[in-house]
Design a protein around this ligand. Structure first.
Ligand SMILES: [Zn+2]
Length: 410
């Protein structure tokens, strides 16, 4: 069998102690076996973990890297929304492209091979952000598969002109549609309009949802109801749902079973949720991070994602999903190998399911989208923030990170 490349002595995340060789041909995985006998360039991995790349389900490329022009003095969600709403009036297509490019390249060198980015569409920005990110997706197709989710950050029913722009984004090829009912004066109609547009254009949906710590009401109920009514199960995701950090175990179990049965997936955004939640408290500040590791035990598809990078919503970020998995594990007080490995699943296989990526995984016939982590154990990779050493996208090397070197005296 003619091969272009052989990765020797690879460890797969679900492969236990067994090692295997991975043969790549024509941009695809052509063979996975012990001791592949073929003539091709080889890379010895010495038992290191090979993953099909990290999957980012929720990031905002269009409003990343704007701390040089706008900040969040009080640190509240309201201030972040208002500050970015004002700043984006000054965004140009070239400006969005340049900032988004910087953020996307960070994600690539941190091992992300697939990404869903939310892009704001409303009368302040028009379709400038959408067009800039669409051009970026085309230009970086060699390194990453980018899904664009057009969404109304400032609300829909309260923001005249927004729905027409959303429709135009869908007509121009948005991959899916998002919603943000918590900023709308009529959240129920907002949710209903997003489902109507999703049906009209046959698109998946991704909501920003229930982004506070009051568990006495949830928009999640209406999203589940509409998902069932439209038979859209498996095509709906919700991000944040920080309210779920404020319910007891039995209610969480009830909600988890409902989400699993309805086919609504959950993305937790630890960096932003930790930064913005509990701002009313001066001591004993709640963590405000939804317990994704408990939801997956009820069968919910959960992912951990980056959300915002260097903007008023989150003035941090390096686009490392390993860092996000480690942050989540730390905040959620996770220490067992089983649950640490589940955190790795929440930046790989589970988000791949969330974005309905059908050809993801280290399997013969799939695209050779592969990263090598400097680790020999899935749980320890999360515990130690294992860095990716290099990555392939469709068989071609897309990035390399040289490991640090100690220079001893003498
Ligand atoms: Zn978001």
């Amino acid at each position: 069998m003619p091969l272009d490349l052989i990765l020797r002595q690879a460890r797969l995340a679900d492969g236990g102690q067994a090692l295997c060789d991975i043969g790549v041909a024509g941009g695809r995985i052509a063979a996975i076996a012990e001791g592949i006998a073929a003539e091709a360039p080889e890379i010895a991995l010495d038992g290191r973990l090979v993953l099909p790349g990290f999957v980012e389900t929720h990031i905002h490329l269009d409003k990343s890297c704007i701390l040089d022009r706008v900040r969040n003095e009080k640190g509240t969600l309201d201030e972040a929304i208002a500050a970015v709403a004002a700043a984006k009036r000054g965004f140009t297509e070239a400006d969005v492209y340049a900032r988004a490019q910087r953020t996307l390249e960070q994600a690539i060198v941190n091992g992300t091979t697939r990404m869903r980015t939310h892009v704001e569409v409303d009368p302040r920005i028009g379709l400038k952000g959408f067009e800039a990110v669409r051009a970026l997706a085309r230009d970086y197709d060699w390194a990453i598969d980018l899904q664009i989710c057009a969404f109304p950050q400032e609300g829909l029913t309260n923001d005249p002109g927004t729905e027409d722009l959303l429709i135009e984004a869908c007509e121009r090829g948005a991959h899916l549609i998002g919603g943000c009912p918590y900023t709308d004066t009529d959240p129920m109609t907002h949710i209903a309009r997003i489902f109507a547009l999703a049906r009209r254009f046959d698109l998946d949906i991704d909501f920003h949802l229930d982004f506070d710590l009051d568990p006495s009401w949830m928009h999640l109920d209406e999203v589940c109801r509409q998902t069932s009514a439209h038979r859209w199960g498996g095509r709906v995701a919700v991000g944040h749902v920080t309210k779920l950090s404020a319910v007891d175990r039995s209610r969480l179990a009830e909600i988890g079973r409902r989400l699993a049965d309805t086919g609504v997936a959950v993305t937790v955004l630890p960096a932003t949720d930790l930064f913005l939640m509990g701002r009313g408290d001066e001591h004993h500040v709640p963590r405000g991070v939804a317990p994704a590791h408990r939801l997956i035990d009820h069968g919910v598809t959960c992912s951990l994602a980056t959300n915002n990078v260097l903007n008023p919503f989150t003035p941090f970020g390096d686009c490392s999903l390993v860092r996000m998995a480690n942050l989540y594990a730390n905040v959620a007080q996770i220490g067992s190998p089983r649950e640490l490995a589940a955190c790795l699943a929440m930046i790989t296989t589970l988000p791949a399911r969330l974005i309905n990526a059908r050809d993801y995984g280290v399997a013969v016939g799939h695209p050779a989208d592969l990263i090598v982590l400097d680790s020999r154990d899935p749980a320890m990779a999360v515990a130690e923030l294992a860095q990716p050493l290099f990555g392939l996208k469709r068989g071609r090397r897309s990035f390399t990170r040289e490991p640090a070197v100690i220079h001893r005296p003498g």
